[in-house]
Design a protein around this ligand. Structure first.
Ligand code: SF4
Ligand code: SF4
Length: 319
């Protein structure tokens, strides 16, 4: 036991992804697009046997220690060689099991699962905290559906904030303002990411199938006013070819951020179109150029634009 140097990632070592009906290892897009690694199948909120859980993750850890790579992780940009603490505890969780949403984004598959019964995440978090298995520095991502409309959300974020777990990232569409997010932003424990994917009312509606452009940017501005540091409220623009892949809208997105006081924003590529074009260099180059131009516009307006997930992969593949 102790700190050993090898190539791995925080999720393999100390994490999991709470998905609809399953506890998986991870939800990130690796270059090979191999099926996600399932840790607990048919999961519907039953009590987790952590000894059994760690037995499974330790098998993955052993693969990494041996110099090989877990198949679903091959080529992943998040793998890094460093000293890893091989104690059994959790510090990285993706909460992805919530289904309901007050938007209806055209690239989102959540609505296919509306018949599923959501399990509660709060008891899992409480159990981990009670057993001293959830440790800082942590990286908790609360995604969805839309977290703020889920009955479990307020309790979950409160217990995390109360126990000073940091960081807590909430992926919200900001259609509904949430006071517990505000409190977490004030304390500097919570950061939020809002994908507007647009800068105008029309494009917002085309993508989200909801008329909430004004409300969202008003709430973004309010969150910005309550953040303890200028990097806690970030926005994202997912490029969807044929819908919002134009430079004018991306430049206007930068201006909207500047007007709302947002200092950091990401540009990403919509997952399905990306996967269909993963080896299409012309496609990747065109979208990457949009990102680079947006980055330059950001420099003029004091908004730092960064590549996110698929755009990072595109960047690696092109350069
Ligand atoms: S896919 Fe990447 S981020 Fe996910 S567990 Fe594997 S190496 Fe880590
Ligand atoms: S806001 Fe998020 S969860 Fe809701 S429809 Fe859009 S992508 Fe899906």
């Amino acid at each position: 036991m102790g700190n050993i140097e090898y190539t791995s990632c925080n999720i393999i070592e100390h994490g999991f992804d709470a998905q609809i009906n399953q506890i998986n290892l991870c939800c990130r897009t690796s270059k090979n697009n191999i099926d996600k690694y399932v840790l607990i199948d048919n999961y519907h909120g039953q009590k987790i046997d952590w000894d059994d859980f760690f037995r499974k993750t330790n098998r993955l850890r052993e693969i990494q220690k041996s110099g090989n790579t877990v198949p679903s992780c091959e080529g992943c940009i998040y793998l890094e060689k460093k000293l890893w603490n091989d104690e059994n505890y959790i510090n990285t969780i993706n909460i992805n099991n919530w289904i309901k949403c007050n938007a209806n984004c055209i690239y989102c598959d959540r609505s296919n699962f509306l018949k599923e019964k959501e399990y509660k995440i709060y008891p899992i978090i409480k159990d981990l905290i009670n057993k001293n298995l959830l440790r800082n520095p942590a990286d908790i991502t609360i995604a969805g559906g839309e977290p703020t409309i889920t009955s479990d959300f307020d309790k979950t974020i409160k217990i995390l904030v109360k126990n000073n777990i940091s960081t807590i990232r909430v992926l919200t569409n900001a259609i509904k303002y949430n006071k517990n997010i505000e409190l977490g932003l004030k304390k500097g424990l919570v950061n939020i990411l809002i994908s507007t994917d647009s800068a105008t009312k029309d494009t917002f509606k085309k993508i989200k199938l909801t008329d909430a452009h004004n409300k969202v940017w008003k709430n973004i501005t309010k969150y910005v006013h309550n953040q303890a540091q200028d990097n806690l409220v970030k926005t994202k623009y997912i490029i969807i070819t044929g819908i919002n892949d134009n430079q004018e809208e991306l430049n206007d997105f930068v201006k909207m951020n500047a007007a709302s006081g947002v200092k950091y924003a990401y540009v990403d590529i919509e997952v399905e179109r990306f996967m269909n074009n993963i080896n299409n260099t012309e496609y990747l180059k065109r979208l990457y150029k949009l990102y680079i131009n947006t980055k330059e516009t950001g420099e003029q307006y004091g908004v730092k634009i960064q590549a996110f997930d698929r755009m990072k992969i595109a960047e690696e593949k092109i350069n």
